[in-house]
Design a protein around this ligand. Structure first.
Ligand code: SF4
Ligand code: SF4
Length: 215
């Protein structure tokens, strides 16, 4: 059966009329900034102070678009008689966002929390070669990385906080013992005084860094 002449036009006008009564969802960017979710995957930011140049992110990136250069430096021993150590120093860290597919694997695999998602998205360039952004730009984007969500109240205490809390409790207990010992004149204050060496079971401080890689 052939269609009624003009039925297509009527259908089109009906769609137009229906759409006209709905609220527009078009954002007038760049005059109006879009309201993005806080965890938007805009760009990858680098917290280079945490980067140990382990190369894991560059190795796991499916697009091979992370470029890292480094050199080794010898660090003198921390105490006399100790041994020298070598550490990697970052020379270059760049990501080619013309190749990146925003999969987030590099962020997931980084063992030292040096890579994060930033909601920044205004880094378009007129030349595709300029989409390779270097470490300074990646570091700048760290300022817009949102704070991590609060821990679940029932979650296990982070080990850094647990170590710091135990150390503070030990110091407070030692100070209390020292105070009561000197008051009673029992002669035990020297064992728990401020100059006492830490015991073999002393907890590491929260600032304890990762072991240096020897590779
Ligand atoms: S997001 Fe994916 S593609 Fe982009 S740099 Fe990271 S691992 Fe590579
Ligand atoms: S995985 Fe993390 S620590 Fe290792 S090189 Fe990449 S950013 Fe640096």
């Amino acid at each position: 059966m052939s269609p009624v002449p003009g039925s297509g036009l009527a259908k089109g006008l009906a769609v137009t009329l229906k759409t006209m009564t709905k609220r527009s969802v078009t954002a007038q960017y760049p005059d109006a900034q879009p309201e993005l979710p806080p965890r938007t995957r805009g760009v990858i930011a680098l917290f280079e102070e945490n980067c140990t140049v382990c190369m894991l992110c560059a190795r796991e990136c499916p697009d091979w678009c992370i470029y890292i250069d480094s050199h080794k430096e010898t660090v003198p021993p921390a105490a006399p008689g100790g041994r020298e150590r070598s550490r990697n120093v970052l020379d270059r860290f760049a990501i080619d966002f013309a190749l990146c597919m925003y999969c987030g694997i590099c962020i997931e695999v980084c063992p030292f929390d040096a890579l994060f998602w930033s909601p920044e998205f205004e880094y378009a360039e007129t030349d595709i070669l300029d989409l390779t952004h270097e470490r300074d730009r990646l570091r700048e984007w760290m300022w817009t990385v949102p704070a991590p969500p609060a821990l679940d109240p029932a979650a296990e205490e982070p080990k850094e906080l647990a170590a710091a809390r135990k150390a503070a409790e030990k110091a407070a207990a030692a100070a209390a013992d020292s105070g009561s010992g000197s008051g009673s004149g029992s002669g035990q204050a020297g064992a728990t005084g401020p100059d006492a060496e830490p015991g073999p079971d002393a907890e590491p401080g929260p600032g304890a860094g990762p072991e240096e890689g020897g590779s």
